[in-house]
Design a protein around this ligand. Structure first.
Ligand SMILES: [Zn+2]
Length: 125
């Protein structure tokens, strides 16, 4: 069978080409948005690193703490979730009201709506 799209005729091929072009445009837009978000996160990461380095420099100036003390504490905090992975991952918690498992990224229980009580200043971050 001859495909009419090959000879300038109208067919489903034309509308599917338009759909493909539209999908490509949406993908390009999503890629640009992801690139902007990544750039924003990199900027925030650089600022946070700078502030952390400044704080550590001040702490060293005002105390007797050493680089080894810092590295030891980093490892201790890293291991609080049982895995040495270079991340301060929040562990799984149980809802204080219904006892179900709560996602550490959520501030309220998905099952009963109870708010998670902050046990550390970093819980509010
Ligand atoms: Zn609950």
């Amino acid at each position: 069978m001859i495909n009419p799209a090959l000879f300038g005729g109208r067919s489903e091929g034309t509308s599917s080409s338009m759909a493909a072009a539209s999908a490509a445009a949406r993908s390009a837009s999503a890629a640009r948005r992801a690139e902007r978000e990544t750039s924003h996160l990199e900027d925030r990461f650089e600022r946070l690193s700078l502030v952390c380095m400044a704080m550590w420099s001040l702490i060293q100036d005002k105390t007797n703490l050493t680089e080894e003390d810092l590295m030891e504490r980093v490892k201790l905090i890293d291991m609080m979730d049982g895995v040495e992975d270079g991340k301060a991952t929040k562990g799984v918690r149980k809802c204080r009201k219904c006892g179900r498992t709560m996602n550490p990224r959520h501030r309220k229980c998905l099952y009963c709506g109870a708010a998670e009580l902050a046990s550390s200043a970093f819980d509010a971050v």
